[in-house]
Design a protein around this ligand. Structure first.
Ligand code: FPP
Length: 233
């Protein structure tokens, strides 16, 4: 069968490093926050597009453990945007059956943001549609150390890979099949280091605010051309 007639297979899990908000704004002589604001619009459209394409799990890297180094007003603006997204935008996604999980340690977040996150996670917990993971105050090395610490507390010794995976934030979910990074950078940036052992990587030069549902489809089509051997031949 040639590639042109091969059946289109949606990756089960797509993870995205949403990069380039700041540069998008800079190009327009706008403050960085405008890039993040536009980035939230992209988030909403890409969640819906992922669902339509048959993707089961979508993970978005929204705030890393390193992002605390940013100016406080940018951090506050990101919290605000997240709050607005959860309060105003998530309803429509909830109706579509989207289920929210947070990857990361949100205890350092403002109390009102934590409350809203918990509320939305609870309200969507019975949903059966797309699983949306938002990585917040997430760092993969921190996640691995946390897993190690929790395993130690539970007396788990010599864990299998499956056991170890069950102590990660993504427990019970398949590993990403495809990782997309926008804005041309070619780094994992402390994102899903364990889970990405065999994941395919797709880099686009587009900045996150410019990333469209057609771009997502293009990435999935490219994924369909990859020959995944998982170390075999
Ligand atoms: C990277 O661009 C983007 C971020 C660190 C934040 C991503 C956040 C959002 C898209 C908005 C909030 C998310 C949700 C889920 C509501 P950058 O600022 O590092 O861009 P640059 O590399 O061009 O400076």
């Amino acid at each position: 069968m040639t590639n042109s007639v091969k059946k289109f297979v949606a990756p089960e899990h797509v993870a995205i490093i949403m990069d380039g908000n700041g540069r998008w704004a800079k190009r327009r002589y706008l403050p960085r926050v405008f890039g993040h604001k536009q980035g939230v619009k992209t988030v909403k459209s890409i969640v819906k597009a992922a669902d339509s394409l048959g993707i089961k799990v979508l993970t978005l890297y929204a705030f890393s453990t390193e992002n605390w180094k940013r100016p406080q007003d940018e951090i506050d603006a990101l919290f605000n945007l997240l709050l607005v997204f959860l309060k105003k935008e998530f309803d429509e996604l909830n109706e579509k059956g989207v289920k929210l999980r947070i990857l990361g340690d949100i205890l350092k977040f403002p109390q009102n943001v934590q409350n809203e996150i918990k509320k939305v996670c609870k309200a969507s917990s019975e949903n059966c549609g797309l699983q949306l993971n938002i990585a917040l105050n997430y760092g993969s090395r921190q996640e691995i150390l946390r897993a190690y610490e929790n395993m130690r507390k539970e007396g788990v010794e010599n864990p299998t890979e499956e056991q170890f995976s069950s102590f990660l934030y993504t427990q019970g979910q398949p590993d990403p099949d495809l990782l997309i990074r926008t804005s041309g950078e070619m780094r994992l940036s402390n994102f899903m280091l364990w889970q990405m052992a065999y994941g395919e990587i797709y880099i686009t030069d587009k900045f996150w605010p410019d990333f469209t549902k057609e771009d997502l489809k293009k990435a999935v089509e490219e994924y369909n051309k990859r020959d995944r051997r998982f170390g075999g031949i």
